[in-house]
Write a protein that binds this ligand. Structure first.
Ligand code: UDP
Length: 327
């Protein structure tokens, strides 16, 4: 199979590349290296089944040819991370919406009908306080134009673009709402909690828990996520649908901090920080977030294989190995 991955040097994209190369597929990655990094794809670059283009999805000249080549497309190119969104909201609006529209228009014009995954996010559920989210639930977004929600709005626009193309032109598109994903190659620069806590614990620095740490999340290992995406893309019943993807084991951020400290046998104390201190302004955090996975299970039979302890142990070991290399 020929697999095109936009944003393929990013965290999830590079795991998709690895997954498909291991299956013997041909993989073509495009990434502008804004958040993706070459280190994520370095190990594939000598592989004749792998190709890389450094380009931005907004003006990539090779897009039409790549789309016509592909049997499957994962559209992962996006500006992500809530901190990044607050820093550069214009880039978020442009890349996330115009980029997706450009890709969908290219697919339609190709006259070819590849399987397509459009990456959306659990952030689209917005400020819905129910805590556990099914695909048919209502979306609650504030009306006062607060930029903290810009990312969610762009991804919701992408969802409707995807449904429109799927309905009107019969494209084989699955929209996936990705819940918190963790694993190797995720970076902490944009506020992602797991790599941040692991780095802090391994270097015995204070663990920065925002708020009281009573907010909860459900973390899915990226190596499980890519299996779910692969199955959904090839599942005709999923085309034209939106599907939650994640792991439904929930943990509070305070418990996560304590767990990381324990697994790393670290001396790090917990350091509680206000949201204002953390994000530089008042910030609306989602208090509880857990995916309802009935639809994913019914469509694909998927169940995650990685337990949180195993993922954390793996991340801790990798962080130690990285520090040994630097020393
Ligand atoms: N968080 C934290 N300390 C950090 C980074 C994040 O307490 O150093 C919290 C953050 O406020 C949120 C949760 O951890 O409640 C998950 O944050 P992340 O940015 O990883 O994902 P989100 O679910 O917010 O998209």
């Amino acid at each position: 199979m020929h697999v095109l991955i936009t944003g393929g040097a990013g965290f999830i994209g590079s795991h998709l590349a690895q997954h498909h190369l291991a299956l013997g597929d041909q993989v073509y990655v495009v990434d502008d290296l804004s958040t993706g990094v070459l280190a994520n794809i370095d190990s594939f670059r000598g592989n004749p089944a792998f190709r890389f283009a450094e380009a931005n999805i907004l003006d990539w000249k090779g897009l039409d040819n790549a789309v016509a080549w592909a049997d499957r497309i994962y559209h992962m190119a996006a500006v992500v991370g809530v901190k990044k969104v607050l820093e550069d909201p214009v880039a978020v609006m442009e890349t996330n919406m115009t980029g997706t529209e450009r890709l969908l228009a290219a697919i339609r014009q190709s006259g070819w009908n590849p399987q397509v995954i459009i990456a959306s996010t659990s952030e689209v559920y917005g400020f819905n306080t129910s805590g556990s989210f099914a695909e048919i639930d209502y979306i609650v977004l504030p009306s006062a134009g607060r930029l903290r929600w810009a990312y969610a709005v762009t991804k919701l626009a992408d969802e409707f673009l995807a449904f429109s193309y799927a309905r009107q032109y019969g494209l084989k598109i699955v929209v996936v709402r990705l819940f918190n994903t963790i694993g190797p190659n995720q970076v902490g620069h944009y506020g992602m909690v797991a790599p941040t806590f692991v780095r802090q614990a391994v270097s015995n620095e204070p663990i920065t828990v925002y708020g009281e740490g009573s907010q909860t999340r459900s973390f899915c290992d990226v190596r499980d996520t890519v299996v779910a995406l692969d199955r959904l893309a090839g599942c005709p019943e999923a085309w034209g649908e939106v599907v939650n993807v994640g792991n439904d084991q929930e943990i509070s951020i305070r418990d996560l901090a304590e767990l990381v400290v324990r697994r790393a046998q670290s001396d790090s104390p917990l350091h509680f920080m206000s949201y204002k201190e953390a994000y530089g302004e008042e910030f609306e955090d989602v208090t509880h977030r857990r995916p309802v996975l009935n639809k994913l299970r019914a469509l694909t039979g998927f169940s995650p294989e990685w337990a949180l302890n195993d993922t954390l142990d793996d991340l801790i070991e990798r962080e130690r190995a990285k520090n040994r290399r630097v020393a």
